[in-house]
Design a protein around this ligand. Structure first.
Ligand code: PEP
Length: 247
């Protein structure tokens, strides 16, 4: 099973559901539809409307983040996994580099995952090195720390997906080389194997994936899907990513 996850970031108002209606129409007729899942993470404000609208359809809705405490608390502006699940979301991103840049620590991320799983959300845990780490050949050590300091053996790995998103690639049009992607994905899977022993989570790639660059990823079998930012806001681009991937 492959995953195509669209992360809308700070984009969208209620009428933006038209984008998803077009994607859903394509999906419902696509001969390849049993080979993949589509998950869209709109902003919190749209989760309930979108979840209700697509309840019996194949598009799954997730949140872009969740708070590191259970249920309710006195944290202004915070939204917990319990609240996210209560309005119909099935997934949440955790540890996106945008949120790490705003102060997410390993402990916060661990708690976010813990409460998300407790509240029946599947977790898409984002990891990845920055430009400087890459330049100084620290990619593997950064990734190892990001995984081992947060993930615990007792977490149910069946409800976890890893998204490898090199920060230097997000929104820049820069892609890793084939060799870099092969070796980093293999490394990530080896660390996951050490943590979970068996049934390791799928590993997705994210960073400048669009309807053109998807051709580069087509035959990289180790990658179990994609986290797509900018290109997920256009129904045409998102549909073309899927079409080109299976062409
Ligand atoms: C992202 O922000 O998760 C992302 C992958 O963005 P983009 O596809 O625009 O590089």
């Amino acid at each position: 099973m492959k995953y195509f996850i669209g992360n809308w970031k700070m984009f969208g108002v209620p009428k933006s559901i038209n984008i998803l209606n077009k994607i859903n129409l394509f999906y419902s007729k696509d001969a390849n539809r049993n080979k993949y899942k589509i998950i869209i993470t709109p902003p919190y404000t749209l989760i309930e409307t979108f979840s209700k609208h697509f309840k019996n359809k194949k598009i799954l809705i997730g949140s872009q983040n969740c708070y590191q405490k259970d249920k309710f608390s006195s944290n202004t502006g915070a939204v917990s996994s319990h609240m996210i699940r209560s309005v119909g979301a099935k997934y949440t991103l955790v540890g996106h580099s945008d949120n790490r840049a705003e102060g997410d620590t390993d402990l916060m991320l661990k708690n976010k995952i813990k409460f998300a799983l407790k509240n029946n959300l599947k977790v898409v845990f984002c990891i990845g090195e920055n430009k400087n780490d890459k330049k100084n050949k620290r990619t593997f050590s950064i990734i190892r720390k990001q995984l081992t300091k947060v993930l615990e053996k007792k977490f149910n790995q069946k409800n976890i997906i890893i998204a490898y998103e090199p920060i230097w690639s997000i929104g820049t049009g820069k892609l890793p080389t084939r060799a870099e992607l092969d070796s980093t994905t293999t490394y990530i899977k080896s660390i996951l194997k050490k943590i979970f022993r068996k049934n390791i989570p799928p590993v997705l790639y994210g960073g400048s994936v669009d309807d053109i660059s998807i051709n580069f990823f087509k035959d990289i079998r180790l990658i179990n899907g994609f986290l797509i930012g900018g290109a997920s806001k256009s129904s045409k681009k998102f549909i073309d990513i899927i079409k080109n991937y299976y062409r």
